[in-house]
Design a protein around this ligand. Structure first.
Ligand code: CA
Ligand code: CA
Length: 431
């Protein structure tokens, strides 16, 4: 093991060199160096040498643009190559650039994502092993599964399919040769049924959030709202604030709400406008605004309406939609981020989504605030999110200098949440 570029890496007995454009292989290496193609060569270590010293020596030669020990890189087969059959059709993963997340990890089971919704088919094959502490606040039991035939919204499968569809977008298992891939395929699901046949009650809404708090949820997805514009009842606002500030030892839970599908303006006293809530509107396959999404000052960002997801009773379907399908895209990404950066507070994470949203090219955002009533501060994109999380990640080894052996080499460790916080404090909200 050697300390190479700040990381402990195992080296092979060789160095890799890249020649300057037009340079020939130094005479001293002819016969021993192995050609890797183009200007790249592998140079074996001599009997009493080591790879790091060799790389340093070689970097001094005028022909050599870059030299580096031939290290063993911790790597696995690309996680992007999923064996899940409908993965290639999940267009929204491409829209947000989810491959950049998958290349790094598939998330962590330590991160618990609560889905407060209608029933969730916890026996679905693509949720196997994902579920903890299921709860039914509607029937007050511990089984949030659909009651077949009840709460038929879309007529898919065994009915009551909404919660299953939401959960699938967030964390359907990956590489299990089954159905699809969620955005955080290794996050843990806390399914909470709160919607069902007939009207809901305030007490059920509160019981749902209390369960998410008691189970220490890191993210709480809410693809629901009231059908009319009504002020948030104070006890519900209070329990949501507690969720956002008390879980995870005080770091809090990111509370994500769908903007709603009524093509109306959300006013300041509604659920989606609460201080701690991240409010998500929906864009379509082409990045255009959907014609149903609610809008207003409270919209924080837009995400694609993820139409293809799990169907209650088994398999997938392709006609899910609305802001109900956009909020879980954000919640899945939130779960992935907290898997990688568990020390982020819910408020830091909420600001990260707002700060790193990419302004839509379809509309003109307010030049003063950066806001747009439909897109909020912009669209969810992995490129901007990862750049905000890892501001000092080395760029591709585009520039080459003869001097140092390790200039621009990878292997740096991700920054801590404190680094991110400092960055957020510097950037603040667009103004
Ligand atoms: Ca039940
Ligand atoms: Ca799967």
């Amino acid at each position: 093991m050697l300390d190479v570029a700040g990381a402990r890496l195992t080296t092979q007995d060789a160095a890799v060199v890249v020649l300057f454009a037009g340079a020939d292989l130094p005479q001293s290496l002819v016969g021993t160096a192995q050609h890797l193609g183009g200007p790249s060569w592998r140079v074996p270590v001599s009997a009493d040498g080591d790879a790091l010293s060799l790389a340093h020596e070689l970097s001094q030669l005028p022909e050599i643009a870059s030299a580096f020990p031939d290290v063993v890189l911790p790597r696995q087969a690309s996680a992007v190559d999923f064996d899940d059959p409908v993965y290639p059709d999940q267009w929204y993963l491409e829209t947000i650039g989810a491959q950049a997340f998958f290349e790094r990890s598939l998330g962590s089971p330590e991160v618990r994502v609560a889905v407060i919704d209608s029933a969730v088919d916890i026996g679905h094959a693509d949720l196997e092993g994902a579920v903890m502490a299921p709860y039914d606040a509607f029937d007050d039991d511990d089984d949030p599964s659909p009651n077949p035939g009840e709460y038929c919204q879309s007529g898919n499968g065994i009915c009551d399919d909404h919660g299953t569809a939401v959960a699938g977008i967030i964390l359907a298992r990956g590489n299990n040769a089954t159905d699809m891939v969620g955005i955080c395929p290794e996050c843990t699901l806390i399914p909470i049924k709160m919607l069902g046949e007939g009207n809901g009650t305030l007490s059920r809404d509160i019981a749902a959030f209390e369960h998410a708090i008691a189970q220490d949820a890191a993210v709480i997805n809410n693809s629901w709202g009231y059908t009319e514009s009504i002020p948030v009842p104070e006890p519900l606002a209070m329990v949501i604030e507690r969720a956002a500030t008390e879980t995870r030892g005080g770091l809090g839970s990111l509370v994500v709400f769908a903007a709603g599908n009524d093509d109306r303006e959300i006013v300041d006293d509604e659920l989606q406008a609460l201080d701690f809530v991240l409010c998500v509107s929906a864009s379509d396959l082409y990045g255009f605004p959907t014609n149903y999404t609610n809008y207003g000052n409270t919209v924080d960002l837009a995400a694609p309406s993820a139409t293809l997801t799990l169907k209650a009773g088994g398999g997938t379907f392709g006609t899910f939609g609305g802001t109900s399908a956009a909020a879980p895209v954000v919640s899945g990404v939130a779960g992935w981020i907290l898997s990688e950066y568990p020390e982020l507070s819910a408020e830091e994470l909420r600001m990260l989504f707002i700060e790193s949203a990419r302004p839509s090219s379809q509309v003109t955002h307010d030049p003063e605030t950066g806001h747009h009533p439909i897109y909020g501060y912009g669209e969810l994109k992995s490129e901007e999110l990862l750049a905000a999380l890892d501001p000092q990640v080395p760029q591709d080894t585009g520039s080459v200098e003869g001097g140092g052996g390790c200039g621009g080499c990878g292997g740096g460790l991700p920054p801590s949440g404190l680094g991110l916080l400092a960055m957020l404090l510097l950037r603040r909200r667009r103004s």
